[in-house]
Ligand binder design. Structure first.
Ligand code: EPU
Length: 432
């Protein structure tokens, strides 16, 4: 096991390159199951979540060849079974995409219930199941396993209204629908950039998916998908995390290889807080030299403020002037990290889905833990802003979603290192 040691109080300055979007990659890798022939996927982030997904494909019988560290040739022609490796599946949330992909391809899927970051509440998949059933599958959840089978061996198109806006259900139902017989309409669909990216990937392989990025997605089933080439979009949340980091420490970062439009709501909030953000074609310059001001924000599905940026921005607000109000509008609970921030001197009171953040003049280094992926990123930001030394345990969470975090931060002046904890007796956490 490893921990991060952060010596805080240094301004960040320089250039950071953003990797491919995790939450697009984890949808696209299982989507390759639907394709006959080789799909070359470029800009895959080198993080443990994508490595696990690729490992699951290999154990199913797929050939995965590395062209370079971020480009893989995936050929799923060798997959002969719809039964996925249970242990690996339980290591991440996005393994639920195996259900849609296997069901769409083979008319059958036997998979373990997904793992994933535990925010302190339940993470149901009822909307996924409802959609599969509408498309003619029977789905049974028994002893931690999901057994799904399409009547007659092939799903059929259906009209599906999602009761909650769900990223996972939207992508999973798209995967199930591309090879189904007839037309599927997903209403109240999620609109995140990674949903559009997965739809574009499927279309580039011959699928007929329209409307991704709006709340109505129409999919006309085709008989087969053929191989092709696709490059994943940059990671909105990775970019936002570094934007929050420089907002907290002060200094000036150029964040490169981004789609600035995807960052609009993050940029807007930072500007309200006294941070300058200048948009370029595929980069943003983020600069803060003056004081940080309070603000309020509420997380919502895209194009609202992303829940996956909530812990990072709340951490910056912890050292802003005045009292800020943060409302979590996506998850029932995502404030476990607040106890850790409190150890560093933050003054935050949580009441249900709302956190009242009373800005303090400084945070002080402490021994803290990463409770989940984004909470871990928040601890890193807190450590960078704090006076003294912060030790962060549980960093395996962070490494599931951020490629080369330490290297990228060190290259812009952060004093952060990753060291091995001898004989640590800690279980490997799940993510995403
Ligand atoms: N929900 C249901 N039923 C369902 C599915 C979701 O009630 O069948 C509820 C959830 O409980 C939640 C809301 O709907 O309250 C939204 O959940 P969603 O399905 O959108 O979340 P997810 O697909 O499980 C993905 C990301 C999360 C991100 C959320 C929201 C992946 C692998 N994970 O999760 O990312 O927080 O969308 O944007 O794409 C992260 O990257 O740190 C992370 C946790």
């Amino acid at each position: 096991m490893f921990k991060y040691i952060v010596r805080g109080g240094k301004e960040l300055s320089g250039i950071i390159e953003i990797s491919g979007a995790k939450n697009a990659a984890v949808g696209m890798i299982p989507a390759a199951i639907l394709v006959d022939g080789v799909c070359r996927i470029e800009n895959i982030p080198q993080i443990s979540d994508t490595n696990i997904q690729l490992g699951i494909l290999r154990t199913l019988g797929a050939s995965v060849k590395m062209v370079n560290p971020h480009t893989m040739d995936i050929d799923c022609g060798g997959i002969k079974t719809p039964v996925a490796d249970f242990d690996m599946m339980q290591k991440l949330r996005a393994s639920y995409y195996l259900i849609g992909a296997l069901l769409g391809k083979f008319g059958e899927a036997v998979v373990a219930m997904p793992g994933g970051c535990n925010f302190g509440g339940v993470r149901p998949i009822d909307q996924h199941v409802k959609g599969f059933e509408a498309m003619g599958a029977t789905v049974e959840l028994k002893n931690g396993l999901v057994y799904a089978k399409a009547e007659g061996g092939r799903l059929h198109g259906a009209n599906i209204y999602l009761d909650v806006v769900s990223v996972g259900a939207t992508i999973n139902l798209m995967l199930a629908a591309v090879l189904a017989k007839g037309r599927t309409i997903i209403e109240n669909a999620a609109r995140e950039p990674h949903i559009v990216d997965v739809a574009n990937f499927l279309n580039s392989m011959g699928a007929d998916v329209r409307g991704a990025g709006t709340n109505v997605i129409k999919i006309r089933g085709v008989d087969h998908l053929t191989g092709g080439f696709y490059s994943i979009i940059p990671d909105q949340i990775e970019a936002g995390t570094y934007m929050a980091a420089v907002a907290g420490t002060g200094g000036e970062l150029i964040i490169r290889n981004v789609i600035p439009k995807h960052l609009n709501c993050i940029s807007g909030k930072l500007e309200e807080m006294g941070v300058e953000v200048e948009e370029g074609e595929d980069e943003v310059l983020v600069r803060r030299h003056g004081p940080l001001r309070r603000t309020n924000f509420k997380t919502q599905p895209y194009p609202g403020f992303p829940t996956d940026m909530q812990p990072q921005l709340t951490t910056v607000l912890a050292i802003a002037n005045g009292t800020s109000r943060v409302t979590e509008g996506v998850w029932d609970s995502r404030y476990k990290y607040v106890d850790e921030l409190t150890k560093m001197g933050a003054n935050i009171r949580v009441d249900g889905r709302t956190a009242y953040v009373e800005g303090v003049s400084k945070l002080t280094g402490a021994h803290v833990k990463a409770c989940d992926l984004r909470a871990g990123a928040a601890m890193v930001i807190a450590g960078l802003c704090a006076e003294g030394v912060t030790e962060i345990e549980g960093v395996e969470y962070v490494e599931r979603g951020y490629e080369e975090l330490i290297k990228k931060l060190r290259s812009v002046g952060a004093d952060i290192e990753c060291i091995e904890i001898p004989d640590a007796d800690t279980a490997i956490p799940n993510a995403g």
